[in-house]
Design a protein around this ligand. Structure first.
Ligand code: PLP
Length: 423
């Protein structure tokens, strides 16, 4: 009988990975206390939400932080804050979570997709060059998997072309490029505080900026009446502050209660993730045909949101990535592959039809073809992923992972012959 768990052998990892969270008992108590006090919604800038905003302002040294109901809402507020108009183009990565890009459409502007770097999947600033037109107004970059974009380069690019720069830092709280933390170099940054993120409110987001104009516009989009009347100061806007622009993007106070302690402990939790990262590096370095997750030289801190190396079938005698990952999973290693194509392969970007009638979609927008942004497609076809839990992995689990990789490497020939058809 085969040693490989895929074909009926004993799995190398017996302990399933628990559902570790970064929530402490003190966080839970803060939520319970707020609920008991009936502190479950705010009108103005106050209480737990104001405290969480203060924590972001202080950490990032920015003038303003605006809590929102989601990271998507923070991104929408950021693009709205820039004052985009119909026909304006925004450069955006083709490989990112959909919420980096679709709020551009909700602002009546046109996303122009840019190819991916082959190693990190982050936006390729060299490719961005050819997509700049006289209508380009802004660029959004995503710090994917906790690996920051080279922000010195991104800022230089944006300045050279007169573009506003938006950072989607939803997967990278605390990451730094050339010593500067994400959310400090762009004109405005958005963070998600969704349940799987590095600081988790459950559902929630945070916009951060030092630009008063961007901030006031963002407040007027999603924080009508009390808060906008309190904070909007530009004379021409004051009469309009109360009504706002039609949305309620306020954060739930209990979400803020849950996130506050995690924000205070962010550096400690990034250290725990860095330890898991280093352990994964050491395991993969021992295995011929595997490289550790990439880390570019400008990175001074990787946030360790997920561990994302590249798989080269040629280094495994042509063994498909799906069989490699399937064999690891059978051994009890929760490896996975990207679950979505790059955005330019999604129907919204390839079809003239959009499913619903909407005023916001540019009828003359570009429709994308397969192969048009090839490195984004190659990245999705070759990346694979190991989860990085919020808590450090016990030594016996890591030893099990190492054993699983050794077994899969030793069984490569058998895997090539039999494929994914197990017993
Ligand atoms: C999670 C995420 C978002 C969206 O955040 P929500 O809080 O789920 O709305 C946006 N961009 C990226 C890169 C994300 O990972």
């Amino acid at each position: 009988m085969s040693e490989l768990a895929l074909y009926g052998g004993e799995p190398a990892v017996r302990e399933p990975l628990g559902t570790a969270t970064s929530v402490s008992e003190a966080d839970v108590a803060r939520v319970a206390d707020a609920a008991r006090r009936g502190e479950i919604s705010y009108d103005a800038s106050e209480g737990l939400v104001a405290e969480l905003e203060g924590a972001f302002e202080t950490r990032l040294g920015q003038r303003y932080a605006l809590a929102t109901s989601s990271g998507t809402a923070a991104l929408h507020s950021a693009f709205f804050g820039l004052g985009l108009k119909r026909g304006d183009e925004v450069l955006a990565p083709t490989y990112t979570y959909l919420a980096t890009v679709m709020p551009i459409v909700a602002c009546n502007a046109t996303p122009v997709l840019v190819d991916a770097e082959p190693d990190t999947g982050n936006i390729d600033l060299a490719d961005a060059e050819r997509h700049v037109t006289p209508r380009t107004r802004a660029m959004v970059v995503t710090h994917l998997s906790g690996h920051p974009v080279d922000m010195e380069r991104a800022v230089r690019f944006a300045r050279r072309h007169g573009l506003r720069l938006v950072e989607d830092a939803s997967q990278a709280h605390g990451a730094a490029s050339a010593g500067a933390e994400v959310g400090t170099r762009g004109d405005v940054a958005a963070f998600s505080l969704q349940g799987r993120k590095l600081v988790a409110a459950g559902e929630g987001g945070m916009l951060v900026t030092s630009d008063t104009d961007v901030y006031e516009r963002a407040v007027m989009l999603g924080h009508f009446a009390a808060r906008s009347e309190q904070e909007v100061r530009t004379p021409g806007r004051v009469p309009f502050a109360k009504l706002g622009y039609g949305l309620n993007y306020r954060m739930h106070p209990l979400g803020a209660a849950l996130a506050l302690g995690q924000m205070e402990r962010l550096d400690r939790s990034l250290e725990l993730r860095a330890a898991t990262f280093a352990a994964y590096d050491a395991i993969l370095r021992e295995i011929p045909g595997l490289d550790p997750a990439p880390r570019q030289s400008h990175v001074t801190r990787h946030a360790g949101y997920s561990y994302q190396p590249l798989y080269d079938p040629a280094a495994w005698g042509g063994l498909p990535r799906s069989v490699f990952v399937g064999a690891l999973r059978a051994e009890g290693v929760p490896a996975s592959v990207p679950s979505s194509p790059p955005l330019h392969r999604e129907p919204f970007f390839t079809c003239a039809e959009t499913g619903v009638e909407t005023f916001a979609v540019d009828p003359d927008r570009h429709l994308y073809r397969a192969g048009e942004l090839p490195r984004g497609e190659e990245y999705v076809a070759s990346a694979w992923r190991l989860p990085v839990p919020a808590q450090a992995l016990p030594a016996d689990v890591l030893a099990g992972f190492a054993e699983a990789f050794r077994k899969v490497a030793a069984g490569a020939e058998e895997l090539r012959k039999k494929g994914a058809v197990g017993t």
